[in-house]
Write a new protein. Structure first.
Length: 268
């Protein structure tokens, strides 16, 4: 189906020691791992940007190493999200976005803003944070994804706020975090975090079939009927959307294989 071209499956990062034997060809130099990984999956979520600031030259090198149709999602710096008053994060947000992320050009995908599990939903404070998120950086369009991890966010008010600002609520398939499949942006961002290292494809094949079906529905602009919603009475308008699905955390050893298996199911 045509919508399958909008679906990108990937994993978190490309540097992980167990992958030296489980994913990468034997003897592949560390410096060539991104070149290889970016030709096996269609997107990678970069975790390192959560912990430290990188230079423009580094982003430019990543862009040069990856093929033309590849997309990087960047996890935003933790100093912007791990704070008591989110509405005061403007300076940290600007510093992160101004660090050189625009060097990725059209290979820059969603910016993932991840919040602490202890951070509760405060409508006014969170609105102030969203107001500080710009639409572009150095002429490059920005797309924002919100991964909230406290149950207080699972309310219609949060859905309405995210939708008003055009930011996507991350669907987290996780044992403890709230699962919200509400579509609030012009793309869908899912993080599959219940994999297993002893499974060749991270997830069992029947579950991968299910995620492929859901990803296809998302790409067509529809909402899967078998996922939880914070506001089931307010569905998003049906229109084609880009879909990003990342295999994260649990089952990390097999995460690249899960991404490749899912991509095969939805087409490339």
């Amino acid at each position: 189906m045509a919508a399958s071209r909008n679906i990108r499956a990937g994993m978190g990062g490309w540097t992980f020691e167990p992958w030296d034997s489980s994913f990468y060809p034997e003897g592949l130099a560390k410096a060539k791992q991104l070149h290889y990984a970016s030709r096996q999956v269609r997107s990678i979520e970069v975790n390192g940007t959560y912990y430290s600031t990188f230079k423009p030259q580094t982003f430019a090198k990543w862009a040069a190493d990856a093929p033309d149709d590849f997309i990087f999602a960047l996890k935003a710096i933790r100093f912007a999200t791990n704070r008591r008053v989110l509405a005061e994060a403007g300076e940290s947000i600007a510093r992160f976005l101004g660090s050189g992320v625009s060097e990725l050009g059209d290979k820059l995908g969603p910016i993932l803003w991840q919040f602490a599990p202890t951070k509760k939903f405060d409508p006014d404070d969170f609105a102030g944070f969203l107001d500080a998120l710009p639409d572009s950086q150095d002429g490059v369009k920005l797309r924002h994804a919100l991964e909230v991890r406290h149950a207080s966010f699972a309310v219609p008010e949060f859905v309405a706020l995210a939708r008003k600002r055009g930011a996507a609520i991350v669907y987290a398939h996780h044992a403890a975090y709230p699962e919200m499949a509400d579509i609030t942006g012009d793309f869908v961002y899912a993080r599959l975090q219940k994999g297993a290292d002893d499974n060749p494809h991270c997830y069992p094949d029947p579950e991968l079939d299910g995620w492929a079906r859901r990803a296809a529905l998302w790409a067509e602009g529809k909402q899967p009927g078998d996922l939880p919603y914070a506001d089931p009475d307010s569905p998003a308008p049906e229109k084609p959307r880009d879909v990003f699905v990342y295999f994260i955390t649990s089952g990390k050893v097999r995460a690249p294989h899960g991404a490749m298996a899912l991509q095969k199911r939805v087409g490339s």
